[in-house]
Every structure is written in structure tokens, then in C-alpha cells.
Design a protein around this ligand. Structure first.
Ligand code: SF4
Ligand code: FES
Length: 246
């Protein structure tokens, strides 16, 4: 009988140190260490699943798609905002413990789960939907040139994970700041040639808690798992506030 070839996938044991907070029993967050056996193909999300399913079912975190699309598993991994489902364990330094904690600047609810409502409230404020004063001809699309579509292509990629906003020092210290993600989603419509509400959105962002709070630290661009040039988008919105949409 033929024997199965040995698996080429390497397995190793890593230590994950997770910042836990269970509101019913903890007065303050605390760090808890877990040793987990993972494969070289595993992501941090897989390691968290292993802990939850095999060691401690109370460990709480959000995830849905597990493939970098839904934006629900942004967390701080070794001090940097990332999606757990897009972070391969082998790409981290596995000779040292891996620290995992909730994103910063939003109210902590439990373990790796934060209250996202302040984030979505800012998003809603910039009216992230098409507003048009005209009606397309019956059965026709709203026509747009390739060049006009290109202007806001980058900001259409946002998955609302909040990695940018919760890596921004201004957002940490000033809970009122709209934050990079809201500005990215405003950009997506401000520069859309089919939209007629750019002026309205620019007025909203010209507020004292709007674009002028940005200090161009680039944390947002570094954090974005979609590779969006967040700081550039904010700079373009600033220009549009001063000079109007080009
Ligand atoms: S801009 Fe990037 S980091 Fe910010 S919410 Fe969108 S996808 Fe996430
Ligand atoms: S679980 Fe959907 S983006 Fe990671």
C-alpha cells in the first residue's frame, strides 16, 4: 500500500500574548499568554481561532470573511494595526511572543472587540453615497470617462476596517476628529463627476474637527491593509476645501 508523502507544511509553536478584558469580571484589561501550534500557512486569525476552539472559548474577537474583505478583524499586532486574517504568523518574529490587542481610540467592549459606533457615526456624517440632482435617461447609466473614474479609484477600495483612524494620534487624543476613514469615504464621492454634493461635503469637512486636524503623520497610510494612499486623499480633500473640486 502506498504511504502518503510527508506534509511539506511546517508546524511550530508560538506564544500569543493577548490583551484580555471581560467586563463582567475584569476591572482593568490584563495580558494573557497562550502557546499555540500553528502551520507556516496560518494567519494570526487562525491562531486566535485555535485558542478559542481548543483552549479558551471566552476569547472574543470579530471576524467574518477571513479574506481581507469585510474589514471586521482589524487589531493591533505587535503594536501595529493590521487585519488578523491577512497577517501570516511566519511573517512575524516567531522567536518572540506575538502581542495582540484591540485597536486604540474606540471604547473597549470585550477582549479584541471595540464599540465601532463613533467610527461609523463619523462615516455617516460625510454622506457616503451618491447625491445627484439629475435623473439619467430612462434605461441609461450615468456616463463617466475612464479618466474621471480614475480620480477616485483608490478611495473606492476602502473596507471600513478602521485601521487608519485608530492608528491616528489626533484621533486618540481628540475623540471628535472625523478621522482618516471618513475623509477617505468623503473623497470617494467628492471627486466623483456624477455626484453633485461635493460642496456640501467639503463644508462638513472644513469644520474644526474636519480635515485641518490632520497632522500628516502618515500612520493612516502605513496602516491601511488595502494600500490606499490615505494621507494623499486627505491632502486632496484639503486642496478641494481651499480651491473647490477641480
Ligand atoms: S482607508 Fe484603509 S485602513 Fe482606513 S478604513 Fe479604509 S481600508 Fe481600512
Ligand atoms: S475577517 Fe474579513 S477582513 Fe479579516
Amino acid at each position: 500500500m502506498a504511504t502518503a508523502a510527508p506534509s511539506a507544511i511546517q508546524a511550530f509553536t508560538i506564544t500569543l500574548i493577548v490583551r484580555r478584558f471581560i467586563p463582567e469580571t475584569d476591572e482593568e484589561p490584563r495580558w494573557q499568554s497562550f502557546d499555540v501550534e500553528v502551520f507556516s500557512t496560518d494567519r494570526v486569525l487562525d491562531a486566535l481561532h485555535k485558542i478559542k476552539w481548543e483552549q479558551d472559548g471566552t476569547l472574543s474577537f470579530r471576524r467574518s470573511c477571513a479574506h481581507g474583505i469585510c474589514g471586521s478583524d482589524a487589531m493591533r499586532i505587535n503594536g501595529r494595526n493590521r487585519l488578523a486574517c491577512k497577517t501570516l504568523v511566519k511573517d512575524l518574529d516567531i522567536t518572540e511572543p506575538i502581542y495582540v490587542e484591540a485597536i486604540k481610540g474606540l471604547p473597549l467592549e470585550k477582549d479584541l472587540i471595540v464599540d465601532m459606533e463613533p467610527f461609523f457615526a463619523a462615516y455617516r456624517e460625510v454622506k457616503p453615497f451618491l447625491i445627484s440632482n439629475s435623473t439619467p435617461d430612462k434605461g441609461k447609466e450615468r456616463v463617466q470617462t475612464i479618466a474621471n473614474r480614475e480620480i477616485f479609484d483608490d478611495t473606492t477600495k476602502c473596507i471600513l476596517c478602521a485601521a487608519c483612524t485608530t492608528s491616528c494620534p489626533v484621533f486618540w487624543t481628540d475623540g471628535q476628529y472625523f478621522g482618516p476613514a471618513a475623509i477617505v469615504n468623503a473623497h470617494r464621492f467628492i471627486f466623483d463627476s456624477r455626484d453633485d454634493a461635493a460642496k456640501e461635503r467639503l463644508e462638513i469637512l472644513n469644520d474644526q474637527e474636519g480635515v485641518w486636524r490632520c497632522r500628516t503623520t502618515f500612520n493612516c497610510t502605513d496602516a491601511c491593509p488595502r494600500g490606499i494612499q490615505v494621507t494623499k486623499a486627505i491632502a486632496e480633500v484639503k486642496q478641494a476645501v481651499l480651491r473647490g473640486r477641480a
